[in-house]
Design a protein around this ligand. Structure first.
Ligand SMILES: *Cc1c(COP(=O)(O)O)cnc(C)c1O
Length: 359
């Protein structure tokens, strides 16, 4: 006989075998570092893509409480999750309104759109009637934004612009394009009325105070990413990932491990199967050359990463067994070098199982 469970009185779920801890002290500390490096400008916070994968509910209250004045998302679908934490007037939507429905949604809530084209400007003038917006100027990345030449167009001139912004294409490099974009931004800004200016992302902040203007927009470095070496000393890791051993065993010389048998045991060895896989964001590219850690012991990943598991060589910690927790290295600059993924991709590909785990 089967009876349906009473969904209101489910038993407590057992503890998970995978956990993500967001160090909110480090997150707040990183915001303070970036705010200080922004000089007289104040640092907002890019919280798009669920705070780069670390979770809005885990990150936004900490950023708000340490003083971040403004929160940037990309999609309209990202607004609702922010509303329990910050006032709508402090939320900016980078993609801007693509339709009257999106413009109406922004106007009804009091969320501030970033206008990226004359079409978006006209939508906002109709729906927002006098409500403030931000304006993105494209100074060379050729992604979103109006061209400097469009600033004198009627629809743009009619906007009530709070922040006039642009975005750097190569702030993480010592590229001449940075100075060129800075010059163009400075040069064209007076063509349209606005209250504040903003140019720098995380890497842009490290380029110096002349890039900071009134508001900066760090994302990556808040979450422990280091896009330029000037930030390396003060930015602290924010995310810590741990996975539990599911099974340990001894295998014989010549036995193979994992899909397609890519690893062959050179001798008798002790191995452990660990509860993290590519569905959790531990992508296949991160397997080769990575070791999970048990205190000081390095336990190299062997064989292919599976969807829900990896196997490690227990040589340096032969007594480890089921239930023991291993640390999954997540120092973003190191993990990026090792995997050839960007620090941004390492963060934003963290899987749902990690995010749902209790903290
Ligand atoms: C994502 C984004 C940022 C944040 O950039 P980071 O490199 O993560 O600091 C700032 N501004 C805009 C327009 C963005 O799209």
């Amino acid at each position: 006989m089967t009876t349906l469970p009473d969904l209101k009185h489910l038993p407590e779920p057992p503890p998970p075998t995978l956990r993500l801890r967001v160090d909110t002290d480090a997150l707040a500390g990183n915001w303070r570092v970036l705010d200080r490096m922004s000089g007289s400008a104040s640092a907002g916070a890019a919280v798009k893509a669920d705070c780069y994968g670390l979770g809005i509910d885990a990150c936004v209250p900490a950023l708000r409480d340490c003083g971040a004045p403004l929160f940037f998302v990309a999609h309209w679908s990202e607004v609702a999750a922010l509303l329990p934490h910050v006032a709508p007037s402090r939320i900016a939507v980078l993609h801007g309104p693509m339709s009257r429905a999106e413009a109406d949604y922004a106007a009804a809530l009091g969320v501030v759109p970033v206008i990226n084209s004359q079409h978006q400007a006209r939508l906002w003038l109709e729906a927002g009637e006098g409500l403030p917006c931000h304006l993105m100027i494209d100074t060379g990345i050729n992604r979103l934004g109006v061209s400097p030449a469009e600033l004198s167009e009627d629809a743009i001139a009619a906007l009530d612009i709070d922040i006039l912004m642009s975005h750097l294409a190569s702030a993480d490099e010592d590229s001449f394009d940075n100075a060129r974009q800075l010059d163009l931004f400075r040069h064209c800004a007076p063509a349209v009325a606005h209250r504040r200016r903003s140019l720098a992302n995380s890497a842009g902040i490290a380029l110096g105070e002349m890039f900071a203007f009134d508001v900066t927009r760090p994302g990556l470095a808040l979450y422990g990413g280091v896009p330029r070496r000037e930030l390396a000393r003060e930015i602290r890791p924010v995310a810590r990932i741990e996975a539990a051993i599911l099974q340990a065993k001894t295998i014989s010389p010549g036995e193979k491990v994992g899909y397609n048998g890519e690893f062959t045991a050179p001798g008798e060895m002790r191995v452990a199967t660990v509860s993290i896989g590519y569905a959790d964001g531990f992508l296949r590219a991160r397997g080769p050359g990575t070791a999970l850690m048990r205190d000081e012991a390095r336990l190299p990943v062997i064989g292919k990463v599976s969807m829900d598991m990896v196997v490690v060589d227990l040589g340096e910690a032969p007594d480890c067994g089921p239930g023991d927790w291993l640390e999954v290295p997540f120092l973003l600059p190191d993990a990026a070098r090792q995997s050839a993924l960007s620090q941004y991709e390492l963060l934003t590909t963290l899987g749902q199982r990690l995010k749902r785990a209790p903290r």
